[in-house]
Design a protein. Sequence first.
Length: 257
Amino acid sequence: MSAAPLVALRGVGKRFASGVRALEGLDLEVGAREFLGLLGPSGCGKSTALRLLAGLAEPTEGRVEWAEGARDAAPGEVGFVFQEPTLMPWASALANAMLPMRLAGVGRAEAKARAADALAAVGLAGFERAVPRELSGGMRMRVSIARALVTRPRILLMDEPFAALDEITRWKLNDDLLALWGAQRFTVVFVTHSVFESVYLAQRVVAMAARPGRAAGEVRLDEPAPREPGFRTSARYAAQCRAVSEMLAAATGEAIA
Ligand SMILES: Nc1ncnc2c1ncn2[C@@H]1O[C@H](COP(=O)(O)OP(=O)(O)O)[C@@H](O)[C@H]1O
Ligand SMILES: [Mg+2]
């Protein structure tokens, strides 16, 4: 990382009341407008790290350091997307996407207009009135992304957002997310346990090791965004996946299966 980070975890530890030490000595810098992939085995503290970045939890050691001015603006500086879309089942796509604006005290007309824009940006123009059960899993995830982006956050935190989707839908969402990121230039921290997905999306992949969770290796991927057509089947993609797999294996001390 060359420029000053947008946000950094410095020597972060997190111990739960149960005695579980989820993180210890975690150092992680996230650059402004960077697309960072966070990779690691189940239980290594990825979700905990995201929750600390989101301010949903406090570290028990170390600190979360924001670039000057980055967190003191309006609420809605951080968008969060979970593995489940977590939509209100009785409410339309539009009402779901409006929620953060309404919570931030934005007036109904403006919230509606911005939510409609956010839905259009994720490819859901025309589906404003649909309720979640009328939408496919991929479309529900799109609503969840629209809801996270409706406040125009500086940073989007995504916790295995596409893990429950079928592969074709996942690929499409990968491409559409990259296009959105290219157009809007927010910062992304994308948690996944898929080497393939991290290589397809990220500019840099950090691997975390478990017990206790910490950053244990990284690979920088200088690929164009959006990715060039055919990247997913290219020899270059395969080589990058291999490099990241090897880094992950070294970082976690596991042999490559
Ligand atoms: N609220 C909590 N209370 C107690 N232990 C927790 C809590 N949240 C997570 N943990 C534990 O912390 C560790 C890291 O969890 P998590 O951050 O969810 O990992 P990951 O997202 O990488 O799978 C795990 O051992 C998990 O059981
Ligand atoms: Mg998790």
